[in-house]
Design a protein around this ligand. Structure first.
Ligand code: LMR
Length: 327
């Protein structure tokens, strides 16, 4: 009895006699709560507070409310936030290898993406930014990207001359240029305004983001192209992460495994439901592509692979190509 009281007292007070402060993890992201990443962040907070309450506190800042695309990675490096989950398209200033995920038509579906992320080459990419003080903790899925526009897009030629909002990724810029379109890098939080004021007439995103951002109000033509993937890397500031006492960090890693499992299981369903909701919206024109039409988009975008092969690494692209199931 006396011994356990002593242990509790030690846990509550640091050696100089003042109450020990909890470790605070500020987790910033740019999407809505009702999306795969938004739900993942909330579940992480809930489990940490259930299991490490008093020792670790998690603060979630959703919807670019604290930092957005333009400054969140710098905020992580400056230790103003400790965790983020940017889309894999947003790391090109820190590593060129992750650009593999932006190559159009590389992965047939989310299951193929999942297989790649679990194989040695995919796992290795989690450590590709260690030198920059960024530790990759897990991959979180969102889903396959679709196109939206102010007019119907059936063939690549229909995109010619339009301006598309893209995430800040050189590969995505080349992808739209290969269609004869213009690509404009715009932070996620400013995208709807850029659509409304006519700066862009098209974009690409997952069903859950297209729905939660209300893009259909301006760009009602949506093409089920599944031409690329939008996934995330859960990352931490490495100095911060490795300063967490080992036993607490191990507990956090266990929680992250659980949250990752949950996010990655639910993402596909969330996107299917978002697609259904958009499909039943009278103002949305949902365009499905025949195999032949989809192949035309693939042919138009495919030269991008060659352009980025040296930067990304041939070995990584080849490893990613082995994960599609041959039909
Ligand atoms: C985007 O900028 O379109 C996405 O990366 C947003 C997100 O985090 O899902």
């Amino acid at each position: 009895m006396l011994k356990s009281a002593y242990i509790v007292a030690l846990a509550l007070f640091s050696l100089n006699g003042t109450a020990a402060e909890p470790i605070v993890i500020s987790f910033s992201h740019v999407v809505a709560d009702d999306t795969p990443k938004g739900q993942g962040a909330l579940l992480f907070k809930k489990l940490v507070e259930q299991r490490l309450g008093g020792q670790v506190k998690v603060e979630i800042h959703a919807n670019s409310s604290l930092y957005g695309d333009a400054d969140e990675l710098q905020a992580l490096l400056d230790d103003k936030v400790q965790m983020l989950a940017p889309s894999l398209a947003k790391f090109s200033d820190y590593t060129k290898q992750l650009q593999v995920f932006d190559l159009p038509f590389l992965f047939d579906d989310l299951d193929a993406v999942n297989r790649f992320q679990k194989r040695p080459k995919g796992k290795q990419l989690l450590t590709s930014m260690e030198k920059r003080n960024i530790t990759g903790l897990a991959y979180w899925h969102n889903g396959m990207k679709q196109l939206s526009a102010t007019r119907a897009l059936h063939a690549p030629v229909d995109a010619r001359g339009l301006s598309f909002r893209i995430q800040a990724s050189p590969v995505l810029e080349s992808q739209f240029e290969s269609l004869g379109a213009k690509a404009v890098k715009i932070p996620f939080a400013q995208t709807l305004d850029a659509m409304r004021n006519g700066q862009v007439q098209g974009t690409e995103n997952t069903w859950s983001n297209l729905l939660s951002q209300n893009y259909a109000s301006v760009q009602p033509y949506m093409v089920e192209s599944n031409h690329g993937v939008l996934d995330y890397m859960l990352v931490a500031n490495s100095t911060f992460w490795y300063s967490i006492p080992h036993s607490v960090r191990t507990e956090l890693e266990g929680i992250i495994d659980e949250v990752t499992y949950s996010v990655n299981n639910a993402a596909d369903t969330q996107n299917r439901e978002a697609r259904q909701q958009l499909a039943s919206d009278a103002k949305v024109h949902l365009i499905s592509l025949s195999n032949e039409e989809r192949n035309a988009w693939r042919q138009a975008m495919r030269p991008v692979w060659q352009q980025y092969e040296n930067e990304i690494g041939k070995d990584i692209i080849e490893a990613a190509q082995t994960v599609n199931r041959r039909r």
